[in-house]
Design a protein around this ligand. Sequence first.
Ligand code: MRU
Length: 336
Amino acid sequence: MKFFTIRYNSRKNEIVILDQKRLPEKETYLRLRTVQQVYNAIRDMNLRGAPLIGVAAGYGVVLAARLLKDPAKIIEAADYIGSARPTAVNLGWAITRMKKKLDKQPGLYNRLLKEARKIEQEDKTACLRIGKYGARLIKNNAKIMVHCNAGALATSGIGTALGVIYSAHRQGKKFVVYSCETRPLLQGARLTSWELTKNGIETCTICDNMAATFMPETDLVLVGADRIATNGDTANKIGTRGLAIIARYYKVPFYVAAPVSTFDFHIKTGKEIPIETRDENEIRKFNQKCIVAKRAKIYNPAFDVTPARLINGIITEKGIIKPPYKRHIAGINKIR
Ligand code: MRU
């Protein structure tokens, strides 16, 4: 990758992140030095994408340990960071993992740093494996539709759905990517088109409402995930369910790519997934200009849930999971 999304600088006690709110105009990096800054960066989406939020949460707890010392206060800070966004399970998963390392023994900071680095390394490795397993789904000269950004920008590695695309590209396959713009925050238009073109992938950005028009000529739909229930129901960026419905109508295979850390083994179905509702101004305003009548109401759910029956397979670092999901997801939880 020609950029990095996150780095922890232990000499300066700061987390350095690529500021995704400024892309594609500016490639600038932010330095996070307090727990509040980490919380704000996650909530305001200076960094985003389920796996990357998990990695940032890990380093957020390291930062808290450096600043606060007292384990009770570190736990409070960890829970605060964990409350920044509700849907991506990787956030709570990383916080729980970090909290398990918290005790009163000497060397706490180093133990936490080691765990956070481990979370980052595992994410990188998972992305590479997802890429390897998923690349076989991409045929030469394929047209692939993607939604939101499930790329290197959403992880600390090469990405999940886009990791599959990078792997196929490295194998010499030729293809075109249709990237849905992803209203309201335009992760597809701003982020996916930026990272794919930067890496030499032919990319065509389309408006979300063009998906049905381009679906008949599409060979594969690839999306990421923020939380997957044990029956395979998958929460991802709002609009994903619509794509899955259109894909099924036109008999286009629809695949989810996600690491095992994105599975929520505590919930049975997608009905139990908390869906984040974001500020109405994300829709009301465009480039700081009001574009909606003042008296009109706004709904802004940030995610939707795609029923498992519309998903042809889930690409993970442990292989591609196929239906029946209940049985196969339970199986993946046992593989270590
Ligand atoms: O609101 P965002 O930009 O954090 O939403 C991101 C997505 O929906 C991604 O598809 C998902 O997190 C998977 S990232 C590998």
